[in-house]
Design a protein around this ligand. Structure first.
Ligand code: SAH
Ligand code: SF4
Ligand code: F3S
Length: 451
């Protein structure tokens, strides 16, 4: 039989899924599969999916329609659904969607080779058991060479915010060992990576024996001072002072914290089961600003949660004004079956949700633009990521505080270099600057063998 061994994975959803895709490719390569350069050239197409809001799922259903067409022109193509939607809609995907050959949830990725084998033999495969212990600790994720890597340090979530599917799609919280994470960062350092982002739904509850998340951050920061270390997401309930002091103490721990507030109303926060009050949240911010001078913040906000009144909405706008976030991810509430909020009446009319969301977005744009204007004339160190999206004549880099800065291209500046620039203009989304000096040129390692 013709060997079918090239795989292409499309990834949707959060950074956790990007990291999981690399884990899946690691597993597949160990089992003799190769990574296909494009969808058209693949024997196996896997979609790593997201369930967080209804529109995320609708998009995947649309994509499955495309896969059906592709399969007609390429009989024998194996199509699989991985990730949160596989976990949530297992039966529906298996029974209703003929195009789907395998459905595998986040904790059963080790079985994908077995399921592909079944699919090639004409049988469907499904693996959606959640695990209390699986962390893929021993798997070496497959990564292209690059600058920046995502590393999952924990999986699952025990918070059960009432609007959220993640505890159902990803199961219980569990942490990877500190030693395996440090070893992975060391490998990345040897390959010339310059940035790692440590991932978890709630990184502050990381625990490996006696090591907490602050210990993990410190250990990762010490591996290579030329590697910038980022992390996401922190939950406002569990953020410790020790963590803040750790960030302040290490020059390569980015002074940028993503701390989702979700709502500015205590009544809504309670209905959301977020387990903190606005006062606690603002206190935490003040403490962070005192301990880490110059720290910047971003947040997530949901508008139109069940029962949200005009006053609650104003309270959200108010908290945004008080904190003055550098950036925000803003969403309309989307009811998710199986969650506690699904049983509450979704009583904010669609057009009211949209209007409130628009107000939240406009206010954030204004605040971001004001903050960016205050940076004009200041010096910033950028990690150069490559050509700017709009023009080859410009380079794009990122500040410690996660802002993109565009500078004119220069021959001596390459991808992965740290350069100092002077900011000359700022809009709500982008900053523009001029090169001042090279801070650290990236040395690209000589590789003996492709991995
Ligand atoms: N663990 C992270 C976030 C995970 S999901 C945290 O607790 O902050 C990312 C964001 O999606 C959430 O912060 C929330 O703002 C949004 N979100 C989650 N469920 C949602 C829903 N049902 N409708 C709208 N937005 C939602
Ligand atoms: Fe969802 Fe809340 Fe867990 Fe975040 S902390 S993943 S919002 S349940
Ligand atoms: Fe989506 Fe699952 Fe991430 S629901 S946001 S892919 S954890």
């Amino acid at each position: 039989m013709e060997k079918k061994n090239s795989v292409f994975i499309e990834t949707y959803g959060c950074q956790m899924n990007l990291a999981d895709t690399e884990v899946v490719l690691g597993i597949l390569r160990e089992n003799g599969y190769t990574v296909a350069p494009s969808l058209q050239e693949a024997d196996v197409v896997l979609m790593n999916t997201c369930s967080i809001r209804e529109n995320a799922e609708e998009r995947i259903y649309g994509r499955l329609g495309n896969m059906k067409t592709l399969k007609q022109s390429k009989p024998g193509l194996v199509v699989g659904v991985l990730g949160c939607m596989a976990e949530r809609l297992r039966k529906d995907l298996m029974e209703e969607k003929k195009v789907v050959d395998l459905v595998v949830g986040p904790d059963e990725y080790r079985r994908i080779p077995e399921f592909i084998g079944l699919a090639i033999a004409g049988e469907k495969g499904i693996g959606v058991k959640l695990s209390k212990t699986e962390t893929y600790d021993d798997i070496i994720p497959y990564r292209e060479d690059g600058l920046s890597a995502y590393i999952s340090v924990m999986r699952g979530c025990d918070k059960f915010c009432t609007f959220c599917v993640v505890p159902f799609t990803r199961g219980r919280e569990r942490s990877r060992s500190l030693s395996s994470i440090v070893a992975e960062v060391r490998l990345l350092s040897e390959r010339g990576f310059r940035e790692v982002t440590l991932l978890g739904q709630n990184v502050n509850s990381y625990l490996d024996g006696e090591y907490d998340f602050a210990d993990l951050l410190a250990a990762v920061a010490e591996v290579d001072r030329k590697i910038r270390v980022r992390f996401t997401t922190s939950h406002p309930q569990d953020m410790s002072e020790k963590l803040l002091y750790t960030i302040a103490a290490h020059q390569n721990l980015c002074k940028y914290i993503h701390l989702p507030v979700q709502s500015g109303s205590n009544r809504i926060l309670d209905l959301m089961n977020r387990t903190y009050t606005v006062e606690h949240y603002l206190d935490l911010m003040e403490k962070a600003r005192r301990i880490i001078p110059g720290v910047s913040f971003s947040t997530d906000i949901i508008s139109g949660f069940p029962g949200e009144t005009w006053e609650d909405h104003l309270a959200t706008l108010d908290v945004m004004n008080k904190v003055r976030y550098d950036g925000a991810y803003m969403f309309k509430y989307s009811p998710r079956e199986g969650t506690k909020a699904f049983r509450m009446v979704d009583d904010v009319a669609e057009e009211v949700k949209s209007k409130r969301l628009q107000e939240i977005i406009s206010q954030q744009q204004r605040i971001s633009a004001e903050i960016n204007e205050t940076l004009v004339g200041k010096l910033e160190v950028l990690l150069i990521e490559g050509a700017s999206r709009k023009s080859e004549d410009f380079l794009a880099g990122r500040t410690d505080s996660n802002k993109i800065v565009i500078i004119p291209r220069k021959d001596e500046i390459g991808e992965g270099d740290y350069v100092e620039v002077k900011i000359k203009k700022g809009t709500s989304a982008t900053l523009f600057g001029d090169f001042v000096k090279m801070v650290d040129k990236r040395i690209t390692p000589v590789r003996s063998e492709a991995v």
